[in-house]
Each structure stands twice: as C-alpha cells, then as structure tokens.
Design a protein. Structure first.
Length: 549
C-alpha cells in the first residue's frame, strides 16, 4: 500500500489450503508476532475457503485476518455474503496487504486483474451509503468488503462488512478488530467483480457433483436445519433460556424473565406482520437459509440478519426486551462497523460504574451515538470491554485474551466455556461448539479439543457452521478430493485442523500470549450463575493439556 504496488503471485497447484488455514499459513510465513497490529508493516489477509466459487453447499465463507489489535494475537474472523464466492470464481486464493497508503484506497479486482483507486467520497460514509455509492461506480453486481466509520477511527471493536446477494453490507467479519487492521493499510474497501465467470470446474466433475449431492442430502437430514430455516438463529435463544445459559444483565443471570419478547416466535410474528421474511440465504448455494429480513414498524427494511448473538448481547445482556430497539442497534452496528457481541458486553459492564441502567433503551442508543461521533467516551467504548473496564476501574470483565465472551454462557455450558478459555482466537463462539453434558466438568477439555479441530478445518473449507457438518468429515473430504484431484482421508482433513491450531498457538506464544492466558475470568469460578447456580469448575490442570495433540 505504501508504494501502490500489486503483485500477482501464482499459487502452487499442489498446495491444498484455504480460508483460515491460509490466514494461519501466511501469518506464520510472513507475519511478525511482535509487530504492533496497526503498524504499516503488519499484514491484512483475506482468503476464501477451499470450496469457494463452487456449488458446494454454503461454501462461500470468507476468512479475514491478521494480528488482532483487540487480543494481540493471531485472528481470523469469517463472514458470509458474496465476496468469498466471487473470489473463488476469480481463482484468487488470498489477498495479502502490507504497508500504508497516504490516501484512502479501494482495491478493485476483476477477471482482468487488480488495481488501486482513490476511495474519494465514500470515506466517512456509513456502510450502507458507501456501498450504494460504490455500486454506482463499479456496477450493481459486485461484491464489497468495507470498513465503516468505527474502522476509520481505528477502534479495535471494528468489523469488515461484506455485502449479501442484495448488495447490503449486512454480514460482518466482526471479531478481533479486523476492521482496524484493514484501515491501518489505508484500505477503505475491496470491490470484487466476477462478471462473466462460471463456477469453478472440478478435476473430477462427476465425482464432485456426486459429493455435493451427498453433502446437500446430509445437511437436509439434520434436525436443526428446518428449525433454523424457519426461525433463524434466534431459535437458540429459547434453547439457551431453557438451559440457563442465556447471559442476562451483564452475565449475572442465565435466564431472562422477558425473553418471549425477543425470541424466535416474536421475530416470526413481527416479520409476518410487517412484510419481512425468514429463510433468506446470505450467500450463494446456501441450504440452511437461516437469515431473517427484519422490517421496522412502518414496514421498511431495517436489518438482516438479526442473529441470536445480537439478541443476547444487545437484548438480554442489557436487560432490553424490545426487539425493535435491538434491531435498531443492530443496524447502527452494521452502519458503523461494530461487533455486537463486544458492544453488548461493553455497555453491560457500564452498569457496574453507574453509567447504564439495565433496560434503558435510550441510554444504549446514546452510547452508540457517542461511538459514531468519536467522542472520548465513544472511543473508549469502541475499544471494547477490556479497555473500557480498565478505564472505569471495573474488575468483573467478561473477556478472554481481551475479547468479549459470547452469548452461550460458559458456566452452564462448560465445554463451550473451555473453548472460550483456550481458543487462540480469544473467546469465540464459532471456534468450537460443545453442548454435551453441559453442567459436568468431566471430559470437557477433550470435547472442546475435538470440536476446535473440526471447526478449524471447516473454516479452512469455507463452509458455514450452520451446515452442521463438523461431525461429518467423511462428507466434506470427498468434495475437496474431487475438486482438487487429491486423495485425502478423513484423518488428512482433520490433520489440517490440528496443524492450524498449532500454528495459531505458536504465533500467540511468540506474541507473548502464553498458556497463562488460557482460562475464564476468576469470578466465573466463584460466582454462581442462576438458575443453574453453576460455576466454571473445569480443572485448570486439564485445561493446560488442551494442546497436547
């Protein structure tokens, strides 16, 4: 970016790597663990998954990463929308950005190559307006990755937004401050035009077609799929409420007495009455189609998608039971480029400092406005829960490795808690889902280890977690084999996940984030979590063995 120079480097055909695995590989080869994440020498990386650009089901997830300004370690945040699929069709394995431009730039990529152009008037715009302007400039049928005003301010709770099939910047690589990494390069947006290109061709087209058919059938047979299609991920809210694992009022309770006002049933009711819809697909070839299109009370589009994590973080965790208010806050986060999980936890802890009363919708809106305006308080809040806690002297911080803990409570779902505690990505609900024997501490490290390996491999493949195929590597490996002409076994596929975790672990240790950082906050070991009254009691000695594989 410093020189405005683009190098197109052929990628070895014999190397089968993509997505999060590509981020890990490039950061291991070219990244420095000791650099400041926002320095001009640091790297910003975008990598589509192994199956991107094909009709493999839900295979358009895109990995965005670098060194996180939030955690200080390696980071990969993945996102849906169309950019990952388009990059796959263009045959691009990764974009690696270094240096810093003197003026804001847009990276334009199409079948002829790539070029940098001045960003111009889109700088300072909120995401929806900026994407509308970029489509007028480059064409309606393009995919866009963009940073919003929060990213422009280099706030470490900033996202990279991706456009959905309708061109809306409603999907976000949200966690870890990846928006700030992109901004540190002087890069406002990446525009991807795959016009005129067909789907990627497999080495063995007949075998690939059969493998894709098998994968689609496998997904359709999973009981969760029709539920998520009908109700969206909001279906998880009722489930977590029943398990006592729905974080409420700054992670003090595991159930919300007014949860019916923000659950899936309420969402369907409002969408039906207002002309919204359920069952939207955020990417090509999506099978589950779990995204709702939410309209406001006047019947106008407001946001898509309104996910469980947002309903929890900006709803129950803040004591807010107004779905319209949560949807409004979600849209503001989409416009500014803010992670709703980090924001919800950050506003939640302000209750401890007397700066926020649970249930106060107008105060929550005011605080988001502070971030938008870049006031001193806004910049503090936009820097995430750990920084905000330090500024206000708050000792009860729902974070691991500097990143806010998500909305499936680790005290009452202890295997998921182990994932939060140990993932090199920081507390991340997509790093390894574990729901078995949720209240027992026994065997949870082993369960989390297996899940983290499976989810890492899934991220490398570029498959959405809502394919629910993490337990079916025998379904995924044949698609990779037919597409690339290789002969991976299930063990080969899972070995990729193991290597990724070891690379991430090694990077973090070199960055000064050692085993001592693997754990949930001490107060989660002491403070009972109603209604289960569980504490996180998985042995720290067992947690220390997480990476012994």
């Amino acid at each position: 970016m410093s020189e405005g120079r683009i190098s197109m480097v052929p990628f070895p055909k014999e190397r089968v790597i993509g997505g999060r695995a590509m981020v890990d590989d490039l950061m291991t080869q070219y990244g420095s663990p000791t650099l400041h994440p926002l320095s001009k020498e640091s790297l910003f990386i975008v990598a589509p998954g192994l199956l991107a650009g094909t009709n493999a089901p839900s295979s358009g997830r895109l990995s965005v990463g670098g060194k996180s300004p939030l955690t200080g370690g390696i980071k990969e945040a993945n996102v849906g929308g169309t950019p990952g699929h388009r990059l796959g069709r263009l045959g691009i394995k990764a974009i690696m950005v270094e240096g810093k431009a003197s003026e804001w730039q847009v990276l334009k990529i199409d079948s002829k190559g790539a070029c940098l152009e001045k960003a111009g008037e889109v700088v300072g715009m909120t995401n929806y307006a900026a994407c509308e302007r970029l489509r007028k400039r480059y064409g309606e049928d393009v995919g866009i990755l963009i940073v919003g005003p929060a990213g422009e301010m280099k706030l470490v709770n900033s996202t990279v937004a991706a456009t959905d099939p309708e061109g809306r910047p409603s999907r976000h690589a949200a966690r870890g401050g990846v928006g700030a990494i992109m901004v540190a390069k002087g890069l406002k947006a990446i525009v991807i035009d795959d016009k005129g290109l067909a789907m990627r061709k497999a080495v063995d087209q007949d075998a690939f077609k059969e493998a894709v058919k098998t994968a689609i059938s496998a997904i359709q047979e999973i009981p969760y799929v029709p539920v998520f299609h009908e109700f969206g991920t909001a279906a998880s809210l009722d489930n977590d409420q029943a398990m006592g694992s729905l974080p409420t009022k700054n992670h003090r309770l595991g159930s919300f007495d007014r949860y019916q006002n923000i659950n899936a049933k309420k969402m369907v009711e409002l969408c039906t009455a207002r002309g919204g819809s359920m069952g939207h697909g955020c990417m090509p070839a999506c099978v589950t189609r779990c995204s709702p299109i939410f309209h406001d009370s006047s019947g106008q589009f407001l946001t898509a998608a309104l996910e469980y994590e947002t309903l929890g973080a900006l709803g129950s965790n803040l004591g807010i039971d107004d779905m319209d208010a949560i949807a409004f806050l979600d849209r503001q986060c989409d416009e500014l480029g803010l992670d709703t999980i980090e924001l919800g936890c950050t506003i939640g802890i302000l209750n401890d400092a007397g700066l926020f009363d649970f249930g106060d919708v107008e105060r929550a809106k005011e605080l988001v406005k502070e971030i938008a305006e870049g006031t001193p308080l806004g910049r503090i809040l936009g820097s995430g829960v750990a920084v905000t806690a330090r500024v206000f002297g708050i000792d009860r911080v729902p974070a691991v490795k500097g990143q806010a803990i998500p909305m499936h409570a680790g005290r009452s779902i202890k295997g998921w808690g182990v994932t939060y505690a140990t993932s090199p990505q920081g507390a991340d609900h997509t790093a390894g889902v574990v729901v078995d024997e949720q209240l027992s501490p026994i065997g949870q490290v082993e369960r989390s280890r297996g899940s983290q390996i499976a989810f890492a491999a899934l991220d490398a493949a570029g498959l959405c977690m809502f394919t629910f195929l993490t337990g079916s590597p025998d379904v995924i490996a044949p698609m990779i084999n037919a597409l690339y002409g290789v002969k991976w076994t299930v063990d080969d596929y899972l070995e990729m996940g193991k290597k990724m975790l070891h690379q991430e672990r090694a990077f973090n240790i070199a960055a000064g984030i050692g085993p001592e950082a693997d754990g949930l906050p001490d107060w989660m070991r002491r403070e009972p979590f109603p209604p289960t009254n569980a504490v996180f009691d998985v042995s720290q000695d067992e947690i220390a063995k997480m990476f012994s594989f």
